[in-house]
Design a protein. Sequence first.
Length: 318
Amino acid sequence: MKDKKTVSIIVPCLNEQEVLPLFYDAILPELKKIDAYYEILLVDDGSDDDTISVMQSLAQKDPCVRYYSFSRNFGKEAAMYAGFVNAKGDYIVVMDVDLQDPPDMLPKMFSVLEEGTYDCVATRRVNRKGEPFFRSLFATAFYRIINRISDAQIMDGARDYRMMTRAMADAILSMSEYNRFSKGIFGWVGFRICWLEFENTKRKAGKSKWSFWGLLRYAVDGILNFSQVPLSIASWIGIMMTLFSAVMLVFVVVRRAVFGDPVAGWASLICVIIFIGGLQLFCLGIMGQYMAKMYMETKKRPHFIIARSNDEDVRKIR
């Protein structure tokens, strides 16, 4: 007789007191359709509302609910990593609490993994209905750019929402880097992935914690974490500007020798100096970003610190 598997649901939360009960009520019927045990890992990323109180209430009502409350806000990436570290299931699920990741897809994900052909069932949105135009435009451009310049292939519209085998989860855990970009990590580790598509839906309650600038910064981090192309761009800019300077030097010398004219116009000279100086600062900025990430990696600081949990075997710092 085949042993029953356990499914671990990792749910990062930040100020989600309004939607948490709705999420639990929506996911529970879907989990009961799956022939497996389950555990719901609610990770509180330093919320300043009553999120932790709601988590504690759910844990008292359902012994399969475990909560982990950070000592401060460490970010969604740290919250997902804490979930991976403490998940005990055979299959691991990552999903958002706002119900934009449809819980009714869980039975389908489970059945696909049970067939044994795939190691991961991931989801992607087929449209961005309801999102601001420029946010959708920049998101599409980001996926095109990162797929061209890195070896971490990310499907356009891909969500963090996915169910994976323990083998894939362990591979993700082995990548213990401090600067994490999970979408890139999911693509980089490989494995056989089945994609499920769904229509975009609005969050059921509460407000999104992602601003346009926050997403832009997250996208830049993703590119820097999985590509050395920005450094190559800086190098090529340096080479081109050196060649341009050499050509201009020859031009000035020939003009002086042939026509005897001094180079007229200090304004044009200032513009060239400012332009070249700006390019130099741009290249230094790229190198500075990589150096800053190296600096943070060498510090070996923990990704998260868990202050409170109802899990007796919790790994509080990692």
